[in-house]
Design a protein around this ligand. Structure first.
Ligand code: AMP
Length: 283
């Protein structure tokens, strides 16, 4: 395992792999690793000659009042976990290393970023695309791995890869959950015991919405059932619950085949997201 902290070190590592004609699997993360991240890393290692993970809490994807400062950071733990699943290198740059200049140039995420998390986190997906495009240029991966947990992020990155012709395959991995259904997240560690006990109701509400959608083909009824469930079983505040076509993230209609039911809920002050897919469950 090599820990690379500078872009120069990363470029040398990548050049050596390219020289040896090795395929590179890449897993971008913000660290505080859990089994969700490790599933991506295992796939990167299994499907490529070498696997590299980035650990970088990207300031440009956080809003001014969000948890950038509080976000959990423990590089030694992350490196040990990445090593345990066979990752060959971790790229862990400082903010100054990644952003020595601000030329004011941004990639602007389009319509797909105006809804769901994009509506409550303005600029978030522009920041995601800024860091992911930089990392793609630096790592030059054969295949990059993302989690379906962040379904909107996946859809937007797919659009960027298509529109900007990145010669990179994307691997999308299913959501890894706790035994009680709560989607694993680095932010789960913010939850108090009482909040943690409520949090699985987000997934329960999404499952209920899926059942209602499959039975009634009525998106509004599905959303309403999920809302009622969350209001009955948690003291949380719903940011959104929506039923949308995937990956274009538009209103469902009679032609929709792949449906995303997505939710963001504040449990206490912690904003948790989750989603569920329904194939042929639209209309
Ligand atoms: P993050 O460190 O939260 O930015 O996440 C890094 C990557 O791990 C993203 O592609 C996430 O979608 C993915 N990821 C996070 N949580 C999970 C999970 N519970 N299951 C699967 N993938 C996940």
């Amino acid at each position: 395992m090599q820990v690379l902290e500078t872009i120069a070190q990363l470029r040398n590592w990548v050049a050596a792999k390219k020289e040896a004609a090795q395929t590179i699997g890449f897993v971008p993360t913000m660290g505080a690793l859990h089994d969700g991240h490790l599933t991506l890393a295992k796939a990167a290692k299994a499907e490529n000659d070498v696997a590299i993970m980035s650990v970088f809490v990207n300031p440009t994807q956080f809003g001014p009042h969000e948890d950038f400062d509080a976000y959990p950071r423990d590089l030694a733990r992350d490196v040990a976990l990445a090593t345990s699943v066979g990752v060959d290198a971790v790229f862990a740059p400082s903010v100054a290393e990644m952003y020595p200049h601000d030329g004011g140039i941004r990639i602007h995420a389009g319509r797909q970023a105006t809804i769901l998390c994009g509506a409550s986190r303005p600029g978030h997906f522009d920041g995601v695309l800024q860091v992911v495009s930089k990392l793609f240029h630096l790592v030059e991966p054969t295949k990059a791995y993302f989690g379906q947990k962040d379904a909107q992020q996946v859809a937007i990155i797919q659009t960027m890869v298509r529109d900007f012709n990145f010669p990179i395959e994307l691997g999308i991995m299913p959501i890894v959950r706790e035994e009680d259904g709560l989607a694993k997240s680095s932010r789960n560690m913010y939850l108090t015991e009482a909040e943690r006990a409520q949090a699985p109701h987000i997934y329960a509400a999404l499952q209920l919405a899926r059942d209602v959608l499959q039975n009634t083909h009525d998106a509004a009824a599905a959303v309403s059932a999920a809302r009622t469930h969350i209001e009955a079983h948690t003291s949380g505040r719903i940011d959104y619950i929506e039923v949308l076509s995937y990956p274009d993230l538009a209103a469902v209609d009679a032609t929709t085949t792949d449906v995303l039911i997505a939710a963001a809920v504040y449990i206490g002050s912690t904003r948790l997201i989750d989603n569920i897919f329904v194939s042929n469950g639209g209309q």
